[in-house]
Design a protein. Sequence first.
Length: 171
Amino acid sequence: MPFRVLIVLPFALLLATDQPQPDQSFRLEPGDYRWVPFTIRQTPSGVDCRFDVISGKPSVHAELLPMSEFRLFDRGREHDTMAVTPTARSGAFRRMINTRGQYAIIVVNDKNAPPAVVSLHVETSVNPSGADIAQSLPPQKRLTVMAISLSLFLLTVAWAGRKLILAMRLR
């Protein structure tokens, strides 16, 4: 089981203010992750997360999870994310949070990747302007919306095609 460390003290001060804080660096072994818990007490709040791999391969990604989903992630189960970066040398996301509660940002190194030293920057803001934070659906909900849209499109095409074929037979 990978070594897991809870990084609390540096980020407790970070998440208590709206001021940018210096980046925190840490080493991730293959398949290892680090997580930063935080609580949203006032909504809407914005979360801005950025990471850079200082040394190692581009095998790292970051995710924003509600604490209930983090528990699933920690047990190795399938989980939904609110925001996720692609696996790369660097990545970032901004997300508006409209629900009070506990959340976690996790930074994960792939299982078969070499160790990586990662610099992480997390910033929160209360009442961010809507133009500052792009809102998008989590991947699972995005897939659901696309499947429903495609189904409705194909249903419309089939219905129109059936009507057209019936009209052509009557002539």
